[in-house]
Design a protein around this ligand. Sequence first.
Ligand SMILES: O=c1ccn([C@@H]2O[C@@H]3COP(=O)(O)O[C@H]3[C@H]2O)c(=O)[nH]1
Length: 341
Amino acid sequence: MERKKTSGAGRMILEKRQRSPLLPDFNLFSLIQRNPGTTAIGRSFCLASGLLYQLTALIKDGLNVREGGERVKLHFLGTAAAEGFPAMFCRCEHCMKARQAGGRDIRTRSSVIIDDILKVDFPPDTLHHVLRDGIDLGLVEDLFITHTHLDHLRAEDLAMRLPVYAHGLDHPLRIYGHDAAVRKCREAFGRPDASRIRLSRIVPFQTVDTGTAKVTALPANHDPDETCLLFFIEKDGKRLFYGHDTGLLPEETWAWLEQTTLDAVILDCTNGNLPFTGGHLNIEAVIGIRNRLRDKGVLAKDATVIATHFSHNIGLLYNDLTNIFDPEQILVAYDGMILNV
Ligand SMILES: O=c1ccn([C@@H]2O[C@@H]3COP(=O)(O)O[C@H]3[C@H]2O)c(=O)[nH]1
């Protein structure tokens, strides 16, 4: 189906201006209109401030504009490990600090939406994401599931796309996952009408052509009891690697990745400065993977590398993480972050 898209840089600037936490949307012009008593000096001040605000936003956003090609919007809905940050029941020093700090130190269970129509994972915080970021989930056409752990697939909530719970939908949601994910979905909502949900089992190295993107499932190194997937996503000429949850990448995944180029790489940083475990990475491993991708010529010029999926156990707040990752030119994801690559 054709969907109307605002093109390139204009779209990026619009979105970043609407959502930037540093530049809240504050319409000075409507303030003037609501206050007919405003003096000429006041009106001039407001107009000048408004113009300055618009200009600042354009300059800030302009810094992110790249040369050539359609941009792909990556919207990070959640950036935490299973327990969230602060963790639900946790009263440790770091969770207490995060509760107090708020903002970028509040992390929910991980998911990303690409160009508003392609989603990876369906965590239990999805309703919160929809409400927090004003997302129209009815637009999403394709949902790729990495694995069935509770923070990545809340299958029961997908039933909210069925009749009675959802109206006005004009296309089915196509869901793709390995066999455990398909089984979990079937147990949650059976075999619904294909106009609402279509479920497909995919296997490692299979490429799905959604019509808007080509998505290849790659093996993760996460849970020995389940085939967990990572995704290579090619959309509008951009190539992205969705690389969590995983420990050190399997060599067969490396072999596949080394045949391509990547414009954006999203990596698992669950363990922060702690030693990495079998199923997750830490800061050192994230930097190591970035270095290998760079050394093998996989990273495109100006490629963006992003660390995400942080556990509360690492005890690092957003500023601690940026202090570590900024010198490495690796971005630290936060909830609500929008990138145009
Ligand atoms: O050795 C360990 C094992 C686990 N954990 C935490 O438990 C979580 C389980 O879900 P998850 O796999 O999304 O993320 C994990 C981490 O946040 C940890 O910090 N250290």
